[in-house]
Design a binder for this molecule. Structure first.
Ligand code: SF4
Length: 195
């Protein structure tokens, strides 16, 4: 079995990636790594982290987690590149760069990311960012197209499922055209006149 550090951004994508690794020709011994300064706001960050922790516990896998809420780091990384796909390129480089460094520090010769499970991400950019990060850190980036993989339902049962990619830009894109009220008008808190 080869050790591999698996960068995870959410539980459901992690379930898909673990299934894809298991179905492949090589036997892997995954360690899960949480580093996602791109996820906002704080409550969303905590929900996704909690779900990943629950999955890791169910799968009996080791977890390394940087639980720092990295809003400032993310803003610095994408400053001047606020529009996709440039923003996503910087975001991939930030997360995969750190994952590659962590892989080297942990003695994992290979790393990968749940980003490769997504139908909404740019796989060419992910691959380029992963390979550049791996070269810089002296470890190998494993790219696999895991978009069609299906998670083991026992691993992801009832776990939190996010509705947008992670950053506030993606949250805006997800909801900007919605016509759905966040709560029924009758349930809205009554406005009081402070005067
Ligand atoms: S849309 Fe997703 S990949 Fe792109 S910058 Fe935002 S969090 Fe990162």
């Amino acid at each position: 079995m080869r050790d591999i550090l698996v960068h995870a951004c959410c539980a459901h994508c992690l379930g898909k990636l673990l299934a894809a690794l298991k179905a492949g020709p090589e036997a892997w011994a995954p360690t899960v790594f949480w580093y996602n300064p791109n996820i906002h706001p704080l409550i969303e960050f905590r929900r996704r982290l909690k779900a990943v922790k629950m999955l890791v516990e169910r799968a009996a896998l080791p977890l390394i987690a940087d639980e720092t809420y990295g809003l400032v780091d993310f803003c610095r990384a994408v400053h001047g590149h606020e529009t996709a796909p440039e923003r996503c390129r910087e975001c991939y480089a930030l997360r995969l760069g750190r994952t590659a460094q962590q892989a080297r520090a942990a003695g994992c010769p290979v790393f990968t990311s749940t980003l490769v499970t997504s139908r909404h991400q740019d796989h060419e950019l992910i691959r380029a960012a992963g390979e550049a990060a791996g070269t810089a850190a002296g470890v190998e980036f494993l790219y696999l197209d895991a978009r069609a993989a299906e998670a083991d339902p026992r691993l992801v049962h009832m776990l939190y499922h996010q509705q947008y990619c992670g950053c506030v830009f993606s949250e805006y894109d997800r909801y900007k055209d919605t016509t759905t009220h966040l709560w029924p008008p009758s349930a809205a808190p009554k406005q009081t006149n402070p005067a």
